[in-house]
Design a protein around this ligand. Structure first.
Ligand SMILES: *Cc1c(COP(=O)(O)O)cnc(C)c1O
Length: 386
């Protein structure tokens, strides 16, 4: 088994290391305070004060009210719930607008809704990965229930103009949902400034464990739950609370806010050095997507005449973790739907590698990568039939 000390981790958009500070705050809930928060006795309901604190920490990170936060099991559940609620809350409306470059949590749920009688429009993006807001305006219909777009793309890091999109939705009476899973600790998050009605987050992308997510739902009429069961989360999401996960998520939110500056200066500089150096030292290499606005940690690069899967295998032998496309589609030979939507050829998309850095990356990690990567490309190109 590989130990974390043995790897150079450049895949923070897939998942992140759990911060030691986060593990610390979880332990009391696993060891001692394991009662059911809904119990009548103190041993159970004393757990509620931990959950309340975490809800406040998360509310603070996104500038929301604590009551506007619904804990879920993951980003995928949050996204599915947001779309489900948007349709249930507006029974006459059956049209959804999303984009061609969303995460599979959105794309595949929208395909499911389409098979069940909804109309779904998948907006295209330009070669830089950006949306055309004039086209969005033209696509809006009186029966558009919700517009669901990502704040930042997990493959390219490209940032969509959420405040402008929210304003368009408000004018047309549609709800606005943002998949902001990639943004905590990287971008400032203020649901007021963003103008969103619904927003999804996932703890494992910000140095907390897997199995916990949240949906921000602006207070505005009844919320229509997706998971129906007990009265947890004020009847908005059934299921006994994942108290340890919630507490971890709360602490991770606090850390994310405190590390925003590091991510936008030191990590951004590491990303820029990595990207610039690879593009300069390797012929026929290209950046996928616009340079700005873009997440400070993400770089998607295409290398002609190689297969990314072969590159990743050689990186793996050196203990370097990176990815082609998203982790959710690795293993399929289809080129990335994100890169394809940007008009990138299937061949170039299949030669694309995503590097996503994080606060635990060091300058030495980047040096190590830069030392080995050009040689890998050279070796693969020399061995390729063309
Ligand atoms: C990881 C990710 C998701 C899914 O979150 P899970 O918690 O893994 O279900 C959704 N959207 C984006 C942009 C992501 O990066």
């Amino acid at each position: 088994m590989l130990r974390p000390e043995q790897v150079r981790y450049f895949d923070n958009n897939a998942t992140t290391a759990v911060a030691p500070e986060v593990i610390e705050v979880m332990l009391p809930l696993l060891k001692d305070h394991w009662g059911n928060p809904s119990s009548a006795y103190t041993f159970g309901n004393q757990v509620l004060k931990y959950i309340d604190k975490a809800r406040c920490q998360l509310a603070e990170m996104i500038h929301a009210e604590p009551t506007e936060i619904i804990f879920t099991s993951c980003g995928t559940e949050s996204i599915n719930s947001a779309l489900h609620h948007a349709l249930k809350a507006q029974p006459g409306k059956r049209h959804i607008i999303t984009t061609a470059v969303e995460h599979s949590a959105t794309l595949n749920y929208c395909q499911f809704l389409r098979r069940n009688g909804c109309d779904v429009t998948f907006l295209p993006v330009d070669s830089g990965g950006q949306l055309d807001l004039e086209l969005l305006k033209k696509t809006m219909r009186p029966d558009t229930a919700v517009v669901s777009v990502m704040y930042a793309n997990n493959e390219t890091g490209v940032i969509f103009p959420i405040p402008e999109i929210s304003a368009i939705c408000r004018n047309r009476g549609a709800l606005m949902h943002a998949d902001a899973v990639q943004t905590p600790g990287k971008l400032k998050l203020d649901v007021g400034d963003l103008g969103v009605d619904l927003m999804s987050l996932s703890a494992h992308k910000l140095h907390a464990p897997k199995g916990i997510g949240l949906l921000f739902a602006r207070q505005r009429g009844k919320f229509h739950p997706y998971i129906i069961g007990g009265s947890q989360e004020r009847n908005r999401r059934g299921g006994t609370e994942n108290a340890a996960g919630i507490v971890a998520f709360g602490k991770a939110a606090e850390l994310a806010v405190s590390r925003l500056a590091d991510e936008n200066t030191r990590v951004r500089a590491l990303r820029d050095r990595l990207e610039k150096s690879l593009l300069e030292s390797i012929p026929h290499a290209h950046r996928n997507g616009q340079a700005e606005p873009r997440l400070p940690n993400t770089s998607s690069l295409a290398f002609d005449q190689v297969e990314a899967e072969a590159v990743l295998m050689m990186l793996d032998q050196l203990g370097i973790c990176a990815s082609s496309g998203s982790a959710c589609t690795t293993g399929s030979l289809d080129p990335s739907h994100v890169l394809t939507a940007m008009g990138i050829s299937a061949a170039r998309a299949r030669g694309s590698v995503r590097f996503s850095l994080g606060v635990y990356n060091t300058s030495e990690d980047v040096d190590f990568l830069l030392h080995h990567f050009p040689k890998i490309i050279q070796r693969l190109r020399a061995a390729s039939p063309e």
